[in-house]
Design a protein around this ligand. Structure first.
Ligand SMILES: N[C@@H](CCC(=O)N[C@@H](CS)C(=O)NCC(=O)O)C(=O)O
Length: 212
């Protein structure tokens, strides 16, 4: 049965690969599963037919054989559990790879998203300039901690896993912020992720939609 995911008809990032369909495309490329993409407009994402798939009116969704999933954590965990290549077989390393997925989504992504939201919605407010350094420092704290853990390992815990896929995807949102300048091992970690053939294919596929 064909896998179908949804993505923006036109991504606000202009094809830089930061919309969250890219991480799902990447996971599918890593495990060698073909997929189709249904492009949706902002208007359609808020209509009842789409809200029946994704209650919050967001991309991406995942559909396969009657199963409908939303939330990239759930989607990528499902892909990684169903197909070989993104999770170790042994139970303990497998559980640890999942822990890194949660760390990416619950510990690292929230302050990054908060900073992005502040830059979009709070620009021009009198207190924005004072608040931004505080938001930056929250991210820097997490980056220092993650950098200390990573040290000189290539990946977070053994071989590349869904935990790395999620962590790299989240950190890529910081690429143009300058916040990675102080953590060269994390910058190199990102570069290793971006260099994976599966990531390159995923990036190219979303870019083809957004930069026709
Ligand atoms: N926690 C969700 C977040 C999904 C999300 O924020 N999607 C963004 C695009 S990357 C979106 O659809 N934004 C439009 C909106 O929220 O109206 C996930 O990981 O799937």
């Amino acid at each position: 049965m064909t896998i179908t995911i949804t993505a923006f008809e036109r991504s606000p990032d202009g094809g830089r690969g930061l919309a969250r369909d890219t991480r799902v495309r990447w996971a599918l490329e890593e495990v060698g599963q073909p997929y189709e993409v249904r492009l949706v407009s902002f208007k359609a994402m808020k209509e009842p037919a789409y809200l029946a798939l994704q209650p919050f009116g967001q991309i991406p969704t995942f559909e396969e054989d009657g199963l409908v999933l939303f939330e990239t954590g759930a989607i990528i965990l499902h892909i990684a559990q169903r197909h070989r290549g993104l999770l170790p077989d042994a139970p303990e390393p497998r559980a640890r790879a999942m822990a890194w997925m949660f760390a990416a989504l619950n510990t690292i992504e929230p302050p990054i998203v908060e900073r992005e939201a502040a830059q979009i919605t709070e620009r021009g407010k009198p207190w924005h300039a004072e608040r931004l350094p505080m938001l930056d420092e929250r991210i820097r704290t997490r980056l220092r901690q993650l950098s200390a853990w990573l040290g000189d390992r290539p990946w977070l815990d053994g071989a590349f896993s869904a935990g790395d896929l999620m962590m790299v995807s989240v950190l890529l949102r910081l690429k143009s912020s300058g916040l990675l300048d102080d953590v060269p091992n994390l910058a190199a970690y990102l570069a290793r992720g971006e260099d994976r053939p599966a990531y390159r294919r995923a990036y190219a596929a979303q870019r083809a939609v957004n930069v026709p």
